[in-house]
Design a protein around this ligand. Structure first.
Ligand code: B3K
Ligand code: ZN
Length: 878
């Protein structure tokens, strides 16, 4: 496989001004007729010399080639596995092609494929070349007209991008619909759907008074589960107008839900295609978490209409231009719709447990990568989540208003263009007179910077000094790093937890400030500081770095109780819990008995009994750091000790806080009884209630078991029911556990997304024997390796979330995963490649496990592999 480099970027030799497509869909094949209006790129070829035209194409049968009305013979063009080349005779010309493809055999779910009985497409990043020969690169933008022809009976609904312009009947029960998209777009935004779908319809009036037809298409049995997605869509449209001044541009906006989909959703122009897991939500079948995910993904895809579609990427190295920005936009939307602090805590928790691990592993790459073998491997946490953090820092540095001026200029200047991350930065700079040249290192340097802070108080001069030291560790291909711009939002607290006025270089900055750390070593001297303060640093996680400050446990307790900043209160409690857990891991490894630090009990009790505090915040504060995060922060991770210590601490806390937890649980259960409410506060209550139930079940009391069984049986919604199931499945009460699982499966067998939860709950259960259970579940009639959601629910959950069992010292988890990767690579390389991640992290573990994991990676590498899996496995072993 070949490596592609950003430095080799060249503009295309030809443009495609018009793209006319006709699809004839049949049960055993499809015919794709394309008619392209091509034009020489005269910027590159001013002398008029005509280079050969080379179009991308894969897995296509080429039936016909017509150049300017003349059908070409086989000697007139060259075809290989990846391309079609021919020699044009004029600077502008028309090319008509017919290809034959077999969507029903497309198991990679890229290009045109079948999900159940429906035809659908996924073209990003390079799937369009599996439909027809084309200049399949994002800087080639074209106006598309698409006609879809299919049997009316089976496929009454025929959709593509843009507006419907004509339709009609053909002989033999076939019908057709034509669609026209007035906005030039790259091929990756093309979409087509044909199926027997039902429709939820609504409308939205834009800020300029235009009425938009909103449509959600789903399979008939899912009709009642679309209201939340529709509400989320309307709120997203309003929010993008209010916050970014962005109005929707077509007359119709469609969402289609499909069951077989490699990721969450896709922002095709005017026709978003979604994994059904990111559309469907009803309280009987979906958890509150699923509701929030639907809201976030609907918003994300909608926001792409501007950040991605109207302004798109020049090449795939610029992916974060649209993804980082759009993730930032959707997370701000969710923050505005729900609790801002809780949303930030969730995002930061996710980033630190997952993206930090990626940044520290063999696949570490900059937000704007320099090279890749397979672009599908670069839809990563770094490009998405770290990319969003980079945009967030720009927002922090410019402030709300400055940032908006910058994005206004960006959208205005680049509307209809395919641009780069540098163009984005340039617009923000130009609109604000700012200089982000050093800041841009966030785009080019991989790795998570470590920011170490120490302090000194000089009582005689009333001066407080903070010393900052930043180091970014080496990553593959980048041994040495330069200092980055690190915005640190901070305050100084006095002994009562009150914020002091900050004074730097004679200037008063108020009680909270953002200071930019730009040097490897830097000292800030705060003046007029009357008493020795406790610093509250990196509030709201103002930069994606690993911060360390020598807080004592008592300092953390103080901050957890008194920091006026909610995010840092949580951060202090987390820091305390991490510190306690790391201590317990060490004690356990030394073979000594564990003991409980009462200060943690005290912090937990104070929030559990605080009815003023947002219940969702309480739930976040009492949630212990995940095993994955503890692995990430360990030098060499002892998974067994981490699992043991964490479980021990959970149980110890449950015992110590039993009465307070029980009282709060009972109160919340009573308050939530009766009618289901989808409100944010009801969700927050459920979240806390269920977290308490999880703890209480660890006491092993019969009385708690009764509460749990009762909640499972009487729950008015899936959140409560599933939480009770999780608690039962992780409990030692075998009979109740098996009964609940059987009952759940019987009740929800007809709901694939609910059954995904059922598979996951079991895959994540930490008792010994989990692998055998997973293997047995693979035989379950509702399980299939062909459906990505099922693979993620069972295999993905086991290898990513059940660390103690996956890392069993006999190597059985590793061998199992390697087998699944090899098997899946033959049908769906993208999904197979994602599954390599846990094995790629081998450097984190002890020698024995390292050897076992590498052995499995080598075994995979010895197979005939897709470029996807080859890239991740070979880089993991390098
Ligand atoms: N842009 C798509 C991701 C496509 C992934 C292709 N392998 C979804 C999103 O980020 O909105
Ligand atoms: Zn996206």
């Amino acid at each position: 496989p070949k490596t592609i480099y950003l430095k080799d970027y060249k503009a295309p030799d030809y443009w495609v001004d018009e793209t006319q497509l006709t699809f004839e869909l049949f049960e055993d094949h499809a015919l794709v007729h394309s008619r392209l209006a091509l034009r020489l790129n005269s910027d590159l070829h001013g002398d008029g010399a005509l280079p050969a035209l080379t179009l991308h194409g894969q897995e296509l049968a080429l039936l016909k080639v017509v150049l300017d009305e003349r059908e070409l013979g086989e000697g007139d063009y060259q075809v290989d596995d990846d391309s079609l080349s021919l020699q044009p005779a004029d600077a502008t010309f028309a090319l008509a092609l017919t290809t034959r493809i077999e969507p029903q055999n497309n198991t990679a779910l890229e290009g045109l494929y079948k999900s159940g009985s429906m035809f659908c497409t996924q073209c990003e990043a390079e799937g369009f070349r599996k439909i027809t020969y084309y200049l399949d690169r994002p800087d080639v933008m074209s106006r598309f007209t698409t006609t879809v022809i299919a049997e009316r009976e089976r496929y009454p609904v025929l959709l593509s991008n843009g507006n419907p312009i004509a339709s009609g009947e053909h002989e033999g029960g076939r019908h057709w619909v034509s669609w026209e998209d007035p906005f030039p777009k790259p091929a990756y935004l093309f979409a087509l759907v044909a199926g027997d779908l039902c429709l939820l319809q609504d409308s939205f009036t834009t800020m300029s008074g235009r009425e938009i037809d909103l449509r959600i298409y789903v399979e008939p049995e899912n009709r009642t589960q679309c209201d939340h997605a529709m509400d989320s869509l309307k709120r997203s449209m309003r929010w993008d107008e209010e916050v970014y001044g962005r109005e929707y541009d077509l007359d119709i906006f469609m969402i289609v839900a499909v069951n077989d989909f490699n990721m969450g959703a896709m922002e095709n122009k005017g026709l978003n295609i979604f994994n059904s897991s990111c559309v469907l939500a009803h309280q009987d079948t979906a958890t509150d978490m699923a509701f929030q995910r639907v809201e976030a993904v609907v918003a994300h895809e909608y926001f792409h209409n501007w950040s991605g579609n109207r302004v798109t990427c020049r090449d795939w190295f610029q992916l974060s231009l649209k993804e980082g920005f759009t993730v930032f936009r959707d997370s701000e939307f969710s923050a505005d719709m729900n609790s801002r602090t809780v949303k930030r805590i969730e995002d930061v928790t996710f980033l630190r447990a997952n993206q930090f691990a990626e940044d520290a592993g063999p696949m570490a790459h900059p937000v704007r990568p320099d090279s890749f073998i397979e672009i599908s491997n670069f839809y990563t946490l770094t490009v998405y989540e770290k990319g969003a953090e980079v945009v967030r820092m720009l927002h922090t540095l410019l402030g709300e208003e400055g940032f908006r001026k910058g994005t206004d200029l960006y959208f205005e200047r680049h509307d209809g263009q395919a641009v780069t991350c540098d163009d984005f930065i340039k617009a923000l700079e130009d609109a604000n007179g700012a200089d982000f040249s050093q800041f841009k290192r966030w785009y080019s340097q991989a790795g998570t910077p470590r920011l170490s802070v120490t302090s000194e108080y000089d009582a005689s001069r009333c001066e407080y000094r903070l010393h900052f030291n930043q180091v970014c560790p080496p990553t593959p291909g980048q041994p040495d790093k330069l200092p980055q711009v690190i915005p640190v939002r901070m305050a100084l607290l006095d002994r009562d937890g009150k914020e002091m006025t900050l004074r730097l270089n004679g200037e008063a900055l108020g009680t909270e400030a953002v200071v930019s750390i730009t040097e490897a070593e830097q000292t800030l001297v705060f003046e007029n500081v009357p008493t020795c303060p406790l610093p509250s640093l990196l509030r709201g996680f103002s930069a994606p770095v690993k911060l360390s400050y020598p807080y004592s446990r008592d300092d953390r307790v103080f901050l957890a109780k008194h920091d006026p900043d909610g995010f840092n209160r949580w951060e202090a409690a987390q820091g305390l819990a991490v510190d306690v857990l790391q201590g317990l891991v060490d004690i356990h490894r030394a073979g000594r008995p564990l003991n409980l630090d009462q200060r943690l009990v005290d912090v937990m009790r104070s929030v559990i009994t605080d009815s003023e505090l947002d219940a969702a915040m309480v739930a976040e504060i009492i949630r212990l750091p995940s095993e994955a995060y503890l692995v990430e922060v360990a030098e060499v991770a002892d998974v067994d000790a981490i699992h043991f210590a964490r479980e021990w601490l959970r149980r110890a806390l449950a015992v110590a806080l039993r009465d307070d937890m029980a009282a709060r649980y009972q109160a919340l259960a009573a308050a939530g009884a009766g009618e289901f409410s989808p409100s944010a506060s009801a969700m927050a209550d459920r979240s806390l209630k269920n977290s308490l139930l999880g703890y209480l079940m660890l006491t092993g009391e019969q009385e708690v078991l009764n509460w749990c069984v009762r909640q499972f049986v009487e729950a008015s919604n899936m959140t409560d029911r599933q939480a009770a199931l999780v608690a039962l499945v992780n409990s030692p009460f075998e009979q109740q556990r098996e009964a609940a699982l059987a009952d759940f499966a019987e009740r929800w067998a007809a709901y694939p997304l609910v059954m995904d939860q059922w598979f996951s709950v079991q895959a994540m259960a930490s008792q010994p024997g989990a692998l055998e259970r997973v293997q047995k579940l693979m035989e379950h009639p509702l399980f299939t390796m062909r459906n990505p959601n099922k693979v993620r629910a069972l295999i993905g959950a086991f290898v990513n979330q059940n660390l103690a069992n996956f890392h069993a010292i006999d190597g059985s988890g590793y061998a199992f995963l390697a087998d699944r990767i090899i098997e899946l690579d033959r049908s769906n390389p993208q999904i197979a490649s994602r599954l390599v991640t846990p094995l790629s992290r081998w450097r984190k573990f002890d020698d024995e496990r390292q050897a076992l994991m590498r052995e499995q990676l080598s075994r995979i590498l010895a197979e005939k592999l897709s470029p996807d899996v080859y890239e991740v496995v070979s880089k993991s072993l390098a």
